[in-house]
Ligand binder design. Structure first.
Ligand code: AHR
Length: 554
């Protein structure tokens, strides 16, 4: 998106922002539009892959044990051991794909431990056993540290089926040989009755093939996935990914992409791959981006630098959103490097981990390693990020927020039989209208929001958003990141006129607002009155809000 169009409005906003910074009430100074949005209906970007709206469950803390999986004998309402309320609510937001079993956990996981009768499966030490973030009062012996393997391949596949999602398995490249990867594919996808592993799958309750399409080949192979060099990882990738029997499924293999926006990792991997036999069946290139630098001057201080999920000041609020905004240059930068070797872009980007990552302290249970609360700040972050993906629908083939339950930017917080959907959940609900629609160019021209970061002036873009069209239905989603100030925008449709328009808004009087088990509906979407006439819609976007406008075109 061309951000230069914002500049004309900056000086006015700096004046308004300065007033807000001086503690003046959040009310609007005038009803004059200060932001302008143009929706170019005749300029399609690409189809928004439903897979952009995907999820991640790692065997980490209480994501799986205590989160998704409660077991068949549990008093907690379940379907075959899967938490019923969670799966029903998840289904509502149309999750396209769920990734499992990691994350870092994946490169230590032996898929063979998770098949066969549950009572006979081995107990293993979890990858995360020694993590420094464990709360002091967490159980030292529970399933979060010593994996009972009750939740294996079939349980995960059934969970996905219940949720209406496709499974995405992350294969172990660090500590299992390629043969085991192919055998895992065989266990999942070989025809009924064809092999010993197909018979094993039938004995485990699934006679017909699971037809798993998405497979990650290693995870963060520059780090917990083996600390490879890009060249060594390219060699390993080829060993795992070449000549994999497909059993009639168009396998989509995902390579382990860069640490942050390391262009060096991507360039050297692609260089080595294309110098040899080509990119082969590499379908996606995985990038991870977490927003975690909340506190200025805390570099290297693992805990303090991340800030708290609930208690944050103005600087920390904007710092996290500013970090989230780095997703857009990351996508553009990685896409550019990939294009040097793959000019037709056969390989697309897969952002299979993203979200906010705060310091320990707000875990839903002591065993919820990396668990954190989730406020309106996170809702804005989610909207802002999903809008970036929509705007780059030509580049991003899949994205998985980390992680589904009791973890980093979670959609659900659970303890025993209690469940609260977070503000982030509601954003996924609102944005699901974009899935499978055609992204169209949307230009947002609005003043920067100024703030102080580490004593230095900084700023983030004002209104952000994206637009997509599905038949006669135009969906426009917009975030206003300003902590205290509403923004009036004039939205102009180029190439269409409004027949009717309705709005949904997620906002709260205080950006720190969040949902708890006792107050599960403290933050929830509300209908918003919107008027549109001809090709124009004028709307006021409340402070720290996420809005969806649904426009029926004449
Ligand atoms: O999501 C938590 C961890 O973050 C994942 O296991 C790893 O891939 C990333 O570093």
């Amino acid at each position: 998106m061309n951000r230069t169009s914002r500049t004309g409005l900056i000086s006015r906003r700096l004046f308004l922002g300065g007033a807000a910074g001086a503690g003046i009430a959040p009310a609007l100074r005038s009803q004059e539009p200060e932001a302008r949005v143009e929706i170019l209906l005749d300029e399609p970007v690409a189809t928004i892959a439903p897979e952009i709206y995907s999820h991640f469950v790692e065997n980490l803390g209480t994501v799986v044990y205590g989160g998704v999986w409660v077991g068949e004998e549990s008093k907690i309402s379940n379907i075959g051991g899967v938490r019923k309320e969670l799966v029903e609510k998840l289904r509502k937001v149309r999750p396209a794909v769920v990734r499992w079993p990691g994350g870092c956990f994946a490169d230590q996981y032996d898929w063979r431990d998770g098949i066969g009768p549950r009572s006979k499966r081995p107990r293993r030490t979890n990858f995360w056993v020694d993590a420094k973030e464990w709360p002091a009062n967490a159980s030292k012996t529970g399933p979060q540290r010593y994996d009972p393997n009750e939740f294996g391949t079939i349980e995960f596949a059934r969970f996905c089926r219940l949720a209406g999602a496709q499974p995405y398995f992350a294969a172990n490249l660090r500590s299992l040989p390629p043969q085991e990867f192919w055998r895992w594919v065989e266990y999942c996808n070989s025809p009924a009755g064809s092999t010993t592993l197909a018979d094993q799958r039938a004995a485990d309750g699934e006679r017909e093939p699971l037809n798993v399409r998405f497979w990650g080949v290693g995870n963060e192979s520059w780090g917990c996935g083996g600390e490879f060099t890009p060249e060594d990882y390219a060699t390993e990738f080829r060993r795992y990914a070449t000549w994999v029997p497909s059993y009639g499924v168009k396998l989509a293999l995902v390579g382990s992409g860069p640490n942050g926006d390391s262009r060096d990792w991507t360039r050297r991997f692609f260089e080595k791959m294309t110098r040899g036999h080509g990119l082969g069946n590499l379908w996606g290139w995985a990038a991870h981006h977490y927003s975690w630098k909340a506190v200025s001057g805390a570099n290297g201080d693992w805990y303090r630098g991340k800030g708290d999920a609930l208690k944050y000041d103005t600087e920390q609020y904007y710092a996290i959103l500013s970090e989230a905004g780095r997703m857009e240059p990351l996508i553009i930068s990685q896409w550019g490097v990939m294009g040097e070797f793959d000019p037709k872009h056969a390989v697309r980007l897969v952002v299979d981990e993203w979200g906010a990552w705060y310091a320990p302290g707000t875990e839903p249970t002591p065993e919820s390693l990396l668990g954190q609360q989730n406020t309106m700040r996170d809702a804005v972050l989610a909207g802002l990020t999903l809008d970036i993906f929509n705007r780059h629908a030509d580049k991003v083939a899949m994205a998985n927020i980390a992680q589904l339950v009791n973890n980093l930017q979670a959609l659900f917080l659970v303890r025993e039989d209690r469940l609260a959907a977070t503000p982030t959940y509601h954003v996924f609900d609102m944005y699901s209208a974009h899935q499978g629609a055609t992204a169209v160019r949307a230009e947002f021209a609005s003043p920067q929001v100024p703030f102080q970061r580490g004593g230095q002036p900084a700023g983030i873009p004002g209104l952000n958003g994206s637009a997509s069209i599905n038949g006669k239905r135009l969906t426009v989603t917009v975030t206003n990141p300003h902590m205290t100030q509403a923004s009036v925008a004039e939205i102009t449709l180029r190439g269409g006129t409004v027949k009717s328009v309705s709005g949904t808004v997620l906002a709260a009087a205080d950006v720190h607002a969040h949902n708890t088990w006792d107050h599960p509906n403290a933050v929830e979407p509300k209908a918003a009155a919107v008027t549109g006439k001809g090709n124009a819609i004028t709307h006021t976007f409340p402070p720290a809000s996420v809005t969806k406008l649904s426009v029926d075109l004449a």
